[in-house]
Design a protein around this ligand. Structure first.
Ligand code: URA
Length: 434
């Protein structure tokens, strides 16, 4: 078999067979296929696509390119919730303690954020001392003990994805559904959980822009996951506006703690509860949505979910006193209030503009090696549907970079849209695919 024949076949739009896909991934791993040939095949896939059989084989051999975690000695019901990423998306950090408090094991491996704000790992690392670089044995041990652990993605799992992703990144072949689906699902399968809940976002603050595209991607990820024997579902939701009020790293952790203390932002609740209901159905805990919602309310009101978050922080060497004293979290030296130029009701807050403003303040990174300012971020004092008067504060900028304030302020102001009449409530959930 020769790679040039495989490239030629895909270039002409023919589907590749299992042996050809295995040959490709083996060649990627053994470095017997050159980067320029891998890139050529990726570009051919970009233009010609892959059918569901090809996408499944690609995912399977990416999984088999490295270690596969196994939790069957702990439980046959281990859950992994994965978000495709968004602005102010701290849902994983609310969801995990809730699920663990409900008695469900959660094994969560997560990437470091590349982009406008940090990823889940960055947010957690804003808690002083919090350790996310865990060995596989440490990770499993913590899942067993606390029922939830969150660790940085290890290179040992689905390493073929790491190699392909690095080339996709520099050859403009990231945004193609079969490659995104195999990349996401291979990492999830290698992470060992048998129940997978995908939190798929679309909109200005997500890398998928339309609900139709998000649905297409979700259908393929769910089908591939099922074919590879995982109990998988996808909740598709809007990321047109930031989630919650805090966007950054340490300020998002504070918002998570507030939620678990019962100070709940409705948009965070809507997404978290939809994901939790799906997780309850998958794991067989509850099927009745109303019962599930009441149970989730009870886990928050009783403080059990907050206690679980405390346990997770403690087990991963974080400073648990942050729960009572937010002054222990990294603090920005500058707090700057952005004022509204207009009167009206907030009818939209463009998530992408807010994300760009945050990155400008130091909350995100461009390259993997860039450092991140955990204290930088934006707090939205006014959200969708809320009434604003000219001169009123709409957002607070937190930063240590004085020079970044003006540009971020302009971006924040440009992100806000207003209407004269109060806009109608909209559901954030587009579809749930089981
Ligand atoms: N996230 C991933 O893990 N892989 C992709 O290809 C895109 C987003």
């Amino acid at each position: 078999m020769k790679i040039i024949d495989i490239i030629e076949k895909k270039k002409k739009g023919f589907p590749l067979c299992e042996e050809e896909i295995k040959f490709f991934i083996d060649g990627v791993m053994s470095q017997t296929i050159e980067d320029y040939q891998i890139s050529a095949l990726l570009m051919a896939i970009y233009f010609q696509g892959m059918n569901i059989d090809e996408t499944t084989f690609l995912t399977k051999y990416m999984v088999e390119s490295g270690e596969i975690l196994d939790f069957t000695d702990i439980s046959n019901d281990v859950l992994d919730k994965h978000s495709t990423g968004g602005v102010g998306d701290k849902i994983t950090l609310i969801f995990l303690p809730l699920m663990a408090a409900a008695g469900i094991y959660n094994a969560k491996l997560s990437g470091r954020g590349l982009g406008h704000t940090g990823g889940t790992i960055d947010k957690l690392e804003s808690i002083p001392g919090f350790q996310t670089n865990l060995s596989i044995e440490e990770f499993k041990g913590k899942v067993k003990k606390v029922k939830a652990a969150i660790a940085a993605q290890t290179r040992a799992l689905a390493p073929a994805d790491g190699k392909l992703y690095a080339l996709r990144d520099v050859t403009s072949t990231v945004d193609v559904i079969p490659l995104i689906a195999s990349s996401v699902v291979s990492k999830k399968i290698a992470s060992g959980a048998n129940h997978i809940v995908l939190d798929v976002k679309y909109g200005s603050g997500a890398f998928i822009k339309t609900p139709e595209e998000a649905q297409k991607l979700s259908e393929i990820m769910v089908e591939v996951g099922k074919r590879l024997n995982r109990n998988i579902c996808a909740v598709i939701s809007s990321m047109e506006q930031p989630l919650g009020r805090a966007i950054g790293n340490s300020i998002e952790i504070i918002e998570v703690i507030e939620f678990l203390k019962g100070n709940i932002e409705p948009d965070l609740k809507e997404i978290t509860y939809a994901l939790a209901q799906s997780a309850f159905e998958k794991t067989g805990k509850f099927n009745a949505p109303q019962k599930a919602r009441e149970y989730l309310d009870e886990l928050i009101l009783s403080g059990k979910a907050l206690e679980k978050f405390r346990e997770i922080i403690k087990e991963q060497n974080g400073d648990v006193s942050v729960i009572e004293d937010y002054g222990k979290m990294p603090q920005a030296s500058i707090k700057y209030e952005v004022k509204s130029d207009k009167d009206g009701f907030v009818s939209n807050i463009d998530a992408l503009k807010i994300a760009k403003a945050c990155k400008n303040l130091g909350a995100g990174r461009e390259k993997k090696t860039d450092s991140i300012d955990y204290s930088a971020g934006i707090y939205l004092t006014k959200k969708f549907k809320e009434k604003v008067q000219q001169g009123e504060t709409i957002a607070i900028i937190y930063t240590n970079k004085k020079s970044s304030i003006k540009e971020s302020e302009e971006l924040v102001k440009a992100a806000y849209e207003y209407s004269l009449e109060e806009p109608k409530e909209k559901s954030l959930i587009y579809k749930i695919l089981n």
